[in-house]
Design a protein around this ligand. Sequence first.
Ligand code: GDP
Ligand code: MG
Length: 326
Amino acid sequence: MNKCLGCGSILQTDNSSLEGYITKEDSIYCERCFKIKNYGEYKSIVKDNNTFISILKEINKTNSLVILVVDIFNLPENFDIIKNNLSNQMLLVLTKRDLIPKSIYEDRLLNYMDNYNLNLLDKIIVSSNNNYNFDELLEKIKKYKKDNKIYVVGFTNAGKSTLINKLIYNYSNNLPTITTSILPSTTLNSIEIKFDNNLTIIDTPGILLENSIDNYIDIKTLKKITPKKTIKPITYQIKTKQFIIIENLLKLELENNNITIFVSNELKVDHYFKDKQLDLETKQIEVDSNNDLVISGLGFIKFSKKETINISVIKGVKIYTRKSFI
Ligand SMILES: Nc1nc2c(ncn2[C@@H]2O[C@H](COP(=O)(O)OP(=O)(O)O)[C@@H](O)[C@H]2O)c(=O)[nH]1
Ligand SMILES: [Mg+2]
């Protein structure tokens, strides 16, 4: 059976609620990709990580170069799922550079990635939105590729499909065809795209970030929390007890700190001296100086002092601290 050019699903005419559904036998895009591309309509399909693990195991049998695409704004806590299933050497591509203020040193961002102890040949920062560093990226791909295939892996929404489309659009005679969207699990199966006679790029569905806020909010909110432009960090100097509230998604209660908030500019950030009840789950967490508090999928907050704070988020969303990234 043929695969959809947009998401890699096997095309079928039997069941409209399953992936790969087409009404006309000769369609090259499934109905879902057609709707995403033409009307911006979304239909989410949930895949579990078993699909992804079996793809990693297949890649592991090859000697091919793997490109690990990482969203600079949404670093995961760890890459264990990749490390445990894949031993190929990788080129790390930190993408969405456009979201992080220009003033931030790139060496620092790249060096930070060493904390993850990945099996890397090299690393590079790019932005698919403005083609930043794409010539250099192509050079590195040509330098490190081991045979005529490269596999692109990473978490869902990292920007894998967008990156491949850009590479094809910029440098190949072929056409970019893969469907991209703000929704997790847009790419449902591996998709092979011929770059030229010497190189085929293979896109893969992303690993799901199970505790990301993306899984707990509606599409309207998802659009709002997804940054489209360079993030304008918001800073507060806090000397008495205060409540920082980001829409109805997050509440912080703290007394003595300097904080910098990195979230989508479209989100309203407020501070109050009085508590406000929200339908969220509250936890206590100790932050340290030079720590980021990460709210998976939403963004992060940099702290400058040690303090035990109360944080309230949607139940199920993962929060954790890390050494500051910025
Ligand atoms: N700001 C910004 N957004 C990007 C960039 N690359 C991808 N995106 C967006 O990130 C979202 C996920 O992209 P997609 O390529 O579908 O991710 P995939 O799941 O890894 O294939 C989409 O909304 C893209 O428009 C980038 O360089 N900068
Ligand atoms: Mg994709």
